[in-house]
Ligand binder design. Sequence first.
Ligand SMILES: [Zn+2]
Length: 73
Amino acid sequence: MSADVDQVLTHECPAVLCTEQVDPDMLLCPRHWYQVPKPLRRAVWIAWHRGAGAGTPAHRAAMTAAIAAVNRA
Ligand SMILES: [Zn+2]
């Protein structure tokens, strides 16, 4: 792992005990993303709306639900 400028463009996967660096347009690392039930993944994408919905209450709620689903798995 290199500590270069790419780090500001990524974030750590929010799943418990996961330290994967994730692209800013993705919520979770691919491994955890595919553990999220399909309806929740859809809800996140709809709320995200190609970035336009980032940070909105609907997006935050969808993200929270998706992360909770993964951490329950
Ligand atoms: Zn992860």
